[in-house]
Design a protein around this ligand. Structure first.
Ligand code: SF4
Length: 310
């Protein structure tokens, strides 16, 4: 990423909490910062409940944040009106389950034409652009089908086609390939990532599938219990003294990687490192001090008091 260029997305100091019980609040995301350059693909990985979906929704202005700043091309989301709608159009969400975005009474063709009408662009009128998108999504033969008549993979491609017709500058994709076989995963990711070079579209790809995300992304951020605990260029996966969570995820994916064993049954620690009760390498320091996210050089960020050697 060029140091001088304005990031496509810049999130700093993001904190999000939710009501818990009568008077309490549960912190879901704590002090998360990230940046995406135009054309960059950043993977956000972590186990279920780690806060990655909350980061995505707060970054798109879909849920309120307690603290922090989100800038899209250097601009915070306007408070209301046409400017707010335009800001939101520039940053689109792609979900694992597109059904909430699809009208069961509209054909695939009508969905695409509607999106093309709402978001005028180059390449002809709404019908021409919709047909071109249907072809790119492999849906030309299914244009008259209703969502209920499409397969799960076809519905995802239809949902993605609608999003791409808006020509967003940023796509946040939340588990877009979950439940698909390997071939369909690669196909959908190819479609999702097309256009980032020419249009400079950035993609924030959220998943718990570490090998897949490493294949698709330029950089990875790893979240544990609402915090970023590691960040590094995707090509360096497996070559670094990784955070114990990252190392465990690599081992779970069949790649032998040194790192402290983690007990999946143990509860998060209320103080210090969230993994202090789960991690075989935990010391007294781990239970008392939250490890800060530290720059170890060569674009490697790590929050762990005792990382393993690679
Ligand atoms: S800080 Fe300590 S408990 Fe946390 S992951 Fe590192 S070694 Fe394990």
């Amino acid at each position: 990423m060029s140091g001088a260029a304005t990031p496509r997305l810049a999130v700093s100091g993001l904190r999000v909490s939710f009501a818990a019980g009568l008077w309490g609040r549960r912190v879901a995301v704590d002090d998360v910062s990230l940046q995406l350059a135009p054309g960059e693909v950043l993977g956000l990985i972590g186990e279920s409940g780690s806060g990655k979906t909350t980061v995505a929704r707060a970054a798109l202005g879909l849920i309120p944040a307690d603290a922090g700043q989100v800038l899209l091309d250097g601009v915070a989301m306007p408070a209301a009106g046409a400017a707010r709608r335009a800001w939101r159009r520039g940053a689109q969400l792609v979900l694992q389950d597109p059904d909430g975005m699809l009208n069961p009474g509209l054909t695939a063709s009508e969905h695409l034409i509607e999106s093309a009408r709402l978001h005028p662009g180059e390449g002809g009128g709404p019908v021409e652009r919709a047909e071109a998108m249907a072809e790119a999504m492999g849906l030309s033969a299914r244009l008259q089908a209703l969502p209920g008549e499409l397969s799960g993979g076809e519905r995802r491609r239809l949902g993605l086609g609608r999003v791409l017709l808006a020509s967003p500058r940023l796509i946040v994709a939340d588990e877009p390939t979950a439940g698909l076989d390997a071939h369909r995963k690669a196909e959908l990711l190819d479609l999702l990532l097309a256009g980032r070079g020419a249009q400079g579209r950035a993609v924030l790809l959220i998943s718990h599938d570490l090998p897949l995300v490493a294949w698709a992304c330029d950089r990875l951020l790893v979240m544990v219990q609402g915090r970023v605990v590691e960040g590094f260029p995707a090509r360096r996966l497996g070559q670094l003294p990784h955070h114990p969570f990252t190392a465990a995820a690599l081992r779970a994916a069949g790649r032998p990687t040194p790192g402290h064993a983690l007990n999946p049954e143990a509860e998060p620690s209320p103080r210090g490192c969230a993994l202090a009760r789960r991690c075989a390498g935990a010391t007294a320091r781990c239970t008392e001090e939250t490890p800060p996210l530290t720059d170890r050089g060569d674009a490697h960020l790590l929050a762990c008091h005792h990382p393993s050697a690679p």
